[in-house]
Design a binder for this molecule. Structure first.
Ligand SMILES: [Zn+2]
Ligand SMILES: [Zn+2]
Length: 317
């Protein structure tokens, strides 16, 4: 089958002879329709996690086997063991034995076929088109924020970062708080948000005012957390949505003195994301910057890496 493969020396190649996935226990085969390129993919190419194999974890496809055979599906990315104490305690996305689609010890979705645990699959309602359903994983990640912390209508919520994830988080949070402000560097990406009725500010115009009840860092940059600390109020909350490879130095005393809560936030609820996409609560089509066929997958990744873009899609079939 065709696949976009990352090999040991961080080399990316388009293969036409990649072996069809071998299914592990409880897995079914999914024929991929659309896949999305995410910041994590770009970090993996730079050596994050030391991943080798087929990239891609945002996808919609058709189940080729199992009880959902013939139906359109999206899939949660953590493949958990379901037997260890962490899984049995109800935290399967933190299973120490897990593999993660396209990220850790499991081939991903930039391919004709992907093997996915049956219990990770969610059927996609007919009303949701493929190019919308492919956003389920990042939209679910945005919905993880209200799943972790309480957000009040009057809370001042600041989202740092005007990229794909910042945009989706802002859209989700703007339904929960009437004061959401996105801070970013790119006028055209901020314009997309203001067009959706969300307040924005250019980074250059921001003063450290310690006013925000909640700051969500979606920058993917080592400068995100220090910036968040300069904006959050005493006893406020910082949510870290993006991973930053490597180590950072940071003065921790302000966190103690101001009694700031820092929350790490990763994968979220797919059912909630599908409901929101079906109801049009979150608008994703304006985020699509470019589309490529699977055979041009390397060019698609190059586009996402080197040109200003929000979401680059791979049309697999
Ligand atoms: Zn992702
Ligand atoms: Zn487990």
């Amino acid at each position: 089958m065709r696949a976009i493969v990352l090999s040991r020396n961080n080399e990316l190649s388009s293969r036409h002879d990649y072996p069809t996935p071998t299914m592990r226990d409880g897995e079914v085969l999914v024929r991929v329709l659309r896949a999305g390129i995410c910041e994590t993919d770009l970090q993996l190419i730079r050596g994050y996690m030391g991943f080798t194999g087929v990239l891609g974890h945002e996808f919609v496809g058709v189940a080729e086997s199992g009880p959902m055979q013939g139906r359109r599906v999206v899939g949660e990315i953590n493949c958990s063991c379901w037997t260890c104490s962490t899984c049995r305690a109800g935290r399967p996305s933190h299973c120490p034995n897990r593999s993660v689609l396209g990220i850790l010890n499991h081939d991903g979705a930039f391919a004709d076929l992907i093997a996915v645990p049956q219990r990770n699959l969610h059927a996609v309602p007919d009303a949701i088109p493929d190019e919308v359903a492919v956003f389920t994983e990042p939209v679910a990640a945005a919905f993880q924020i209200p799943a972790q912390i309480a957000i009040g209508m009057r809370d001042l919520v600041v989202v740092l970062g005007d990229g794909r994830l910042g945009n989706l988080c802002a859209q989700v949070l703007a339904r929960l708080s009437s004061s959401v402000v996105v801070i970013g560097k790119h006028a055209e990406k901020l314009a997309l948000l203001s067009g959706a009725g969300i307040a924005t500010k250019l980074l250059a115009d921001v003063e450290p005012d310690h006013n925000a009840d909640i700051v969500v860092d979606c920058t993917g940059s080592p400068t995100g957390l220090p910036m968040a600390l300069s904006l959050v109020r005493p006893r406020g909350t910082i949510v870290l949505k993006t991973t930053v490879a490597g180590e950072q130095t940071l003065a921790l005393a302000p966190i103690v003195i101001d009694e700031v809560t820092i929350v790490g936030s990763r994968c979220g609820p797919f059912d909630r994301a599908l409901a929101a996409l079906g109801a049009g609560e979150v608008s994703v089509l304006p985020l699509i910057s470019a589309r490529y066929g699977l055979s041009d997958g390397v060019a698609a990744i190059e586009h996402a890496r080197s040109r200003p873009s929000l979401k680059v899609l791979i049309d697999v079939q």
